[in-house]
Write a protein that binds this ligand. Structure first.
Ligand code: PMP
Length: 376
């Protein structure tokens, strides 16, 4: 292949300390994994594994087609109904990932001639949804409700959508979802809240930030979330009215043209949902662990399960992460473009299945790694 620019880009990326090598996990790895989003530790729960097996046994290795053709099984519908019931919405629609759910929902809700107000904390999938929609996009500072109100009030477009993460994915801080909802409603807009990092972590029984603010099922609120984090499986979900579900089925391209969510993932996610329902105190236990680890690392206690330790320099961040791994602790290392320039960081995601002793050990390793790269 002749593409000389690839070599130039690769050289520049390496020079800036921004090249990434996916970390390969292998069977028998005996490390503490704080780089996953498996907040409740459910991905390896026996019932979740059994749920995946049941999906495989009944439906095979794949859903075999797009949802509208032959890729919808009874298991998909039962899962969607249970998720909607749990989260307090009329209906849910499952996509094969959270990324595709966000893109599908945004592009189906607004298009050319409409307005989207997004913020600087928005996850990449929300950003891509905004871009693909062809709507005019106004980006406001994260959590700045006044700026959202101004953008909505000043618009010439009739239709408007506000998009936000309910928990910002990079540092686990909660968005002012109640105020954003009010702003959207006051200005005749829809609010889409991505609850990927809130499901199973915040709100009554882990129902998320919308539930925490009493907004479950509120008119004009669309919630997206994922099965790939607290539910330990895979898949994306959009929640709202039955009319919204119908609209997405007819218009969301990432639903229409994508092969349906794998039945094994449906089975696993559904089993995890049942576990969460049966143990509503799980999220509270997780948050106590988060507090313990954040305090022991000298970090700000976040609103969810993501603990962010800012280092600044990308190369130092990589070194600190490597040092943690040498000592049996696997942590996330985030550099631009995932985070703003100068804010490269370690990102620790806490799991409910880690004991206090495990967490204290992790904190010791992390603190030593930070001082080795002269951060604290
Ligand atoms: N939204 C947010 C806030 C996320 O953090 C992620 C996952 N990184 C996604 C959406 C995408 O979800 P998925 O991994 O299921 O595609």
């Amino acid at each position: 292949m002749s593409a000389p620019w690839l070599a130039e880009i690769a050289a520049r990326t390496r020079e800036a300390g921004l090249h990434r090598d996916p970390v390969v996990r292998r069977p028998g790895d005996a490390e503490f994994n704080l780089a996953s989003n498996d907040y409740l530790g459910l991905s390896t729960h026996p019932d979740v594994i059994a749920g995946a097996h049941a999906g495989l046994d009944l439906w095979g290795g794949g859903s075999t087609a797009s949802r509208l053709v032959a890729g919808t099984t009874a298991a998909h519908i039962e899962f969607e109904n249970d998720v909607a019931d749990f989260l307090g919405f009329e209906a849910a629609l499952a996509f094969s990932s959270g990324y595709l759910a966000n893109i599908g929902a945004i592009t189906a809700l607004v298009g050319r001639g409409d307005l989207i107000v997004s913020d600087t904390g928005a996850h990449a999938s929300l950003i891509d949804g905004c871009r693909l929609s062809r709507a005019r996009v106004v980006v406001v500072p994260r959590g700045d409700v006044d700026a959202v109100r101004r953008a909505l009030a000043d618009r010439t477009e009739e239709r408007a959508l506000v998009v936000t993460d309910s928990i910002y994915s990079i540092d686990g801080i909660r968005a002012p979802l109640d105020e954003l909802y009010r702003a959207a409603v006051d200005h005749g807009a829809i609010l889409l809240a991505d609850e990927a990092h809130a499901l199973g972590v915040r709100g009554p029984g882990g129902r998320g930030v919308a539930a925490e603010f009493g907004l479950s099922g509120a008119p004009g609120l669309v919630v997206t979330t994922v099965a790939s984090k607290s539910l330990g499986a895979q898949g994306g979900l959009v929640l709202g009215t039955s009319l919204l579900r119908e609209h997405l089925i007819d218009h969301a391209r990432t639903f229409i043209f994508d092969t349906g969510l794998n039945p094994a993932a449906v089975g696993a996610a559904h089993a995890a949902l049942r576990i969460l329902r049966a143990d509503p105190a799980m999220p509270e236990r997780l948050r106590a662990s988060v507090r313990r680890l954040a305090e022991a690392c000298g970090a700000q206690v976040p609103d969810a399960a993501v603990v962010s330790l800012i280092i600044g320099d990308p190369t130092a961040a990589v070194q600190a992460a490597a040092r943690c791994r040498e000592h049996g602790v696997f942590v996330g290392c985030f550099r631009p473009p995932s985070v703003p320039e100068g804010t490269s960081r370690l990102r620790l995601t806490v799991r409910a299945d880690l004991s206090d002793d495990d967490l204290d050990h992790v904190a010791t390793v992390v603190r030593r790694a930070l001082s080795a790269v002269s951060v604290r």
